[in-house]
Design a protein around this ligand. Structure first.
Ligand SMILES: Cc1cc2nc3c(=O)[nH]c(=O)nc-3n(C[C@H](O)[C@H](O)[C@H](O)COP(=O)(O)OP(=O)(O)OC[C@H]3O[C@@H](n4cnc5c(N)ncnc54)[C@H](O)[C@@H]3O)c2cc1C
Length: 606
């Protein structure tokens, strides 16, 4: 039975037949690896995700974490699964071998982790957060901080969190108020409240390493005065042994629509419940220089946001495969051309409208997965391309693609989950099938790590204007190169290339038009429409790339399975270009007209 979590065949196609990840092994960083080691790690990820993570996905949703005022309790399967995950070493899949990592390419490690996100996004959130935390410290922490905090995280002894949000400051981090008072011994004492902190309290690991944004008194106002601190739940003695409780307390758990197996917390720092050294205040250690906290956080944002896009994709993907399996076995109705009630019913997958819903899902989730892995490949280029110009190029392209890679899957793989429910009919609306949970879990993704609206402002307000538009120019040129290859390929690829070329012209024109008056309020009024239109153009590009890879891979000796796989890819590309890309026409029209409807809407007219 093929997995209903992800498609191994699709991963093989994307990683090997399209992105050719094995070529990376020619570079020193990946020289220890081979196609065999990549495939072995993917096998391991599939097996552990299937056997340890998927089985308690529903149970962790039904039995939420509880807090009795002293301890947080989760169902035991969560810890059991995370212990096995730690043993596999997969947490450190892409990290340097010097800190115990496997030094796998990002494209491969993202594919591995997608198995866990598809199997159980809530349990996989703990290592996801821990890896984000470890990456941040590896980039900005001192050698001592890496030794003290990162090494135990890599081994699964400590888990990590990211503490940015406060009750009054979510999108606007300029307004955080948590303060960090410098102490004579070089440490800081933190006081304040952090809201929405995922993995903020639990007993799944020996310690929790909070990375906290806070203000050092006297620093500049706004984002320029924010610093980053390590604030452990349990302080360490000089020999590294666990010591006294730090002054970080759980006020309560948030009760969420989805992602229920991940504790989500309101934390108080420095309330005085615990008194390290006999005084109130949460002991914190500054990371890097003062007032660099947000810049440090943003440094790692690309990876975290691509990870959120990957999670959204994985949830969409498993919903698609489950609705496909359901549609193949659910008999209902007869063909339009043959309604004879004496002949057996057909499975719903035979109906054109059900095929439409399945094709839509397929085009969203496979398009999104291609984008996520492409960005993983760009991270690898940014890190290891031999020429500096190629590393810069990858960095710039990644900067422009990041808001899209976070937001497009969050919107459209959620739409895929909605369609997966629809394919199940009434059963999809019950808790007897997984698809409703996938939808609820996925509903978080347009909200956290920067909302949809904030990603839109990032794309149109920063990314396409930075360096005099160099990022957008690079994106357009890169897509244009694919269009050029498709022209040469002739046939259907050339036909789709013509459509993509037309949409691409509009991206350039509309972006110029939006900014030509130099009025940010007007330019950004419809930033979300812009994000969505450009996102669709980018996914159309991903589909044209896949079509070209299919044409390069197909041959007369293909097995029956391969013939069907490649035909499915072609049909999904066709679907995306015929049903989805045309949506951008009215969006670009609206943007080009510099429409002021939202701007002119007065608050008292609602
Ligand atoms: C389940 C869950 C897990 C989370 N995990 C973490 C975590 O681990 N660590 C952490 O630090 N945070 C975490 N968050 C917080 C999350 O990042 C914030 O919820 C998010 O940034 C939005 O902030 P907010 O909720 O205050 O909404 P607000 O910022 O109040 O936004 C509300 C609405 O207004 C819009 N809006 C706000 N400002 C603007 C603007 N300037 N222009 C246009 N539109 C705007 C937003 O797009 C949104 O639609 C989590 C949240 C949830 C729900």
């Amino acid at each position: 039975m093929p997995s209903t979590l992800l498609s191994r065949r699709d991963l093989r196609f994307l990683l090997h037949e399209w992105l050719d990840v094995t070529r990376l092994t020619e570079r020193p960083r990946y020289a220890e690896h081979s196609r065999e080691t990549f495939d072995a790690v993917l096998d391991l990820a599939e097996r552990v995700a299937t056997e340890r993570f998927a089985p308690h996905n529903r149970a962790a949703d039904l039995t939420e974490p509880t807090f009795d005022g002293q301890r947080v309790r989760l169902i035991p399967q969560v810890k059991a699964a995370l212990d096995v995950f730690a043993e596999t070493g997969l947490l450190a899949a892409s990290l340097d071998s010097s800190v115990g990592g496997m030094q796998l390419p990002h494209a491969v490690s993202a594919a591995c982790f997608a198995w866990f996100q598809a199997a159980n996004v809530a349990t996989s959130a703990y290592p996801f957060l821990t890896l984000g935390n470890a990456n941040l410290l590896l980039a900005h922490g001192s050698a001592e901080q890496v030794d003290t905090w990162v090494r135990p995280m890599v081994r699964g002894r400590f888990f990590g969190t990211m503490c940015l949000s406060e009750p009054q400051a979510g999108s606007s981090l300029a307004d955080i108020t948590t303060r960090a008072e410098p102490q004579d011994d070089g440490t800081y004492r933190l006081h304040g409240t952090k809201m929405w902190i995922s993995g903020g309290d639990h007993e799944l690991a020996e310690n929790i390493v909070h990375l906290v944004l806070a203000r050092i008194p006297g620093g500049p106002a706004g984002v320029k005065g924010i610093s980053l601190f390590i604030v452990p739940k349990v302080l360490l003695a000089d020999d590294g042994a666990l010591g006294a409780r730090n002054d970080v307390v759980l006020v309560g758990l948030n009760h969420k629509l989805g992602y229920r197996g991940t504790t989500n917390t309101l934390l108080n720092f420095g309330e005085g419940v615990h008194r390290p050294g006999g005084r109130p205040g949460a002991v914190g250690y500054l990371v890097g220089e003062p007032h660099q906290g947000l810049a440090q956080m943003f440094h790692m944002m690309n990876e975290a946001r691509i990870g959120v896009g990957a999670g959204a994709t994985a949830l969409g993907y498993t919903g698609y495969l489950k609705s496909l399996a359901y549609a193949r076995q659910r008999p209902q109705g007869r063909p339009v051309a043959d309604k004879d009630p004496t002949v057996p019913q057909v499975p719903i997958v035979a109906h054109a409208d059900v095929k439409r819903m399945l094709l839509a899902q397929k085009s969203y989730v496979e398009g999104a997965l291609a984008l996520v892995l492409y960005c993983g490949r760009l991270l690898d280029e940014q890190r290891t391309a031999p020429a500096e110009a190629d590393r810069d190029r990858a960095r710039l392209l990644l900067d422009v693609l990041t808001p899209i890679t976070k937001s497009w899957p969050a919107q459209w793989c959620l739409a895929a989950n909605d369609l997966a429910i629809q394919v199940h009919g009434g059963y999809g609306y019950t808790r007897d099938y997984d698809v409703e949970q996938h939808w609820r879990d996925n509903r978080l993704n347009p909200i956290h790590e920067g909302t949809h609206g904030i990603q839109a402002l990032d794309l149109l307000g920063r990314k396409v204007t930075m360096r005099d538009g160099a990022g957008l120019a690079l994106l357009v040129d890169t897509i244009r190169a694919t269009v050029g290859r498709a022209w040469k390929a002739e046939g259907e690829a050339a036909e789709l290339a013509a459509r993509l070329g037309g949409a691409l012209d509009r991206v350039s024109l509309v972006t110029r038009r939006l900014w030509e008056r130099g009025d940010p309020e007007l330019a950004l009024a419809n930033a979300s429409v812009y994000l969505e239109a450009v996102g669709h153009v980018v996914i159309a590009w991903m589909w044209l790339e896949q079509l070209l890879a299919v044409e390069a891979a197909t041959g007369p000796t293909d097995s029956g399975d391969d013939v069907a796989f490649y035909a499915g890819k072609r049909q999904a590309a066709r679907y995306f270009f015929r049903y989805e890309l045309p949506r951008t026409g009215p969006q670009f029209d609206l943007l080009e007209s510099l429409d002021r409807t939202t701007l002119e809407m007065r608050e008292d007219w609602f």
